[in-house]
Ligand binder design. Structure first.
Ligand code: GMT
Length: 376
């Protein structure tokens, strides 16, 4: 198949997932055309079956807000026509689903019918999409999709509860490439960051409010008083400065490293003992799954779809959102019991394997085939 994938290019989970999906499909022989406003961050190596088309948004003094949605639709029409795409797969409803709809309508005028599949990722439904200023367009363009997928049961349910959806939503969970996200020996690296054998805790996110990054810092401040430990903060975003400020106030700066955006996440996860994800909401929590692939147990909130991957008392622990004391209690319990920690690490890997890329990609392929067969 020749497939167009539309996604955000940034470090966010939806862009990461879309890029990994395209790469895996290309490995299986499909021809993949990525369409975005920047080269997706995980699209970092040449592949003969992968192409990238950049959407440029011409500006004009009249435009306070350059119309990305129109530019994307025109770009889609162009790519679909010239590259002879069989279908489009758009990730994140806003504005990708409505741009796909518009491209589809334009092409119908020349008797071309290009089906589009919309994958819902989370905030496009739970936060932004619900906004009155977006809701009707989001509902319409989701309903017009030839197929809809959601990355967790929870997100599927949230979508049904919040929008007037007229079609079936297929749940296709996110995945991890265990070949890449697996534990490797990085002892020298661990010694550099934790020279006295301290435990290493890690948080990875885009540092937005919804991630409750401050809970990680406050919890760590208490944990390190019982367990000698270091905290690695990976990623960047609007809350970062505030987090550094909190560290200074708590006097924890010596034990916390803000490492910014990192490409070789699997190396950092390989030296991690515990992954922290206290989000107010996660449709899935891809970062936690990648950690589990590297045998890292997870202390997370029980919000959204997280319980579908992190199993309480098996692969880590779940706490109510904002319950820092529970995060501290469970972290200390696990980090101070070596036997339990080893068991949880193994359990985390077993759980991650259920979401291994090889198990999930065929679900997308099956859906593509069904959509194309229906189109006739
Ligand atoms: O979490 C973010 O803020 C980024 C966001 C995105 O759209 O890139 O992530 C969402 O999609 C990921 C991939 O499907 C999920 O793993 C995240 O849980 C989800 N984030 C939220 O629901 C807050």
């Amino acid at each position: 198949m020749t497939i167009g994938i539309v996604c955000y290019p940034t470090f966010g989970g939806s862009g990461v997932l879309a890029t990994e999906l395209g790469k895996a499909l290309a490995d299986k022989g499909h021809i993949i055309h990525f369409i975005s406003y920047q080269q997706p961050v995980r699209l970092d190596a040449f592949h003969p079956n992968i192409f990238y088309h950049e959407v440029s948004v011409p500006t004009y003094p009249l435009f306070d807000f350059p119309p990305y949605e129109s530019a994307l639709s025109s770009c889609l029409v162009d790519v679909i026509k010239n590259e002879k795409l069989d279908l489009l797969h758009v990730h994140y409803a806003i504005p990708h689903a409505s741009s796909a709809y518009l491209a589809n309508q334009i092409l119908k005028k020349s008797n071309q019918n290009i089906p589009y599949i919309t994958t819902l990722h989370g905030t496009d439904i739970t936060l932004v999409g619900k906004d009155k200023m977006y809701e009707s367009v989001v509902t319409f363009s989701i309903n017009e999709s030839d197929a809809i997928t959601a990355v967790s049961e929870n997100l599927m349910q949230e979508t049904i509860n919040s929008f007037d959806i007229e079609k079936e939503i297929h749940v296709i969970p996110n995945f991890v490439d265990i070949k890449r996200f697996s534990q490797s020996n990085k002892e020298h690296f661990k010694k550099m960051l934790a020279p006295h054998g301290e435990k290493i805790l890690t948080h990875v996110s885009n540092f937005r409010k919804v991630k409750r990054v401050e809970d990680v810092i406050y919890a760590f401040d208490k944990i390190r008083k019982s367990i000698p430990s270091k905290l690695l903060m990976i990623g960047d975003g609007p809350e970062r400065q505030h987090m550094e400020q909190i560290c200074r106030e708590l006097g924890t700066c010596d034990d916390i490293r803000f490492l910014g955006k990192q490409d070789k996440l699997e190396e950092i996860l390989s030296i991690t003992d515990l992954f922290m994800l206290p989000s107010a909401y996660e449709s899935f929590g891809l970062a936690a799954l990648e950690a589990m692939g590297c045998q890292v147990p997870v202390i997370s909130s029980n919000a959204g779809g997280i319980p579908e991957i992190n199993i309480h008392g098996v692969t880590g622990y779940l706490t109510d959102v904002g319950d820092i004391d529970a995060m501290v209690k469970y972290s200390i319990e696990l980090l101070s019991d070596e036997e339990k920690l080893i068991q949880f690490k193994q359990n985390a890997l077993v759980q991650a394997q259920k979401f291994n890329i090889n198990n999930i990609i065929p679900m997308y392929e099956k859906l593509y085939e069904a959509v194309l067969n229906k189109k006739g």
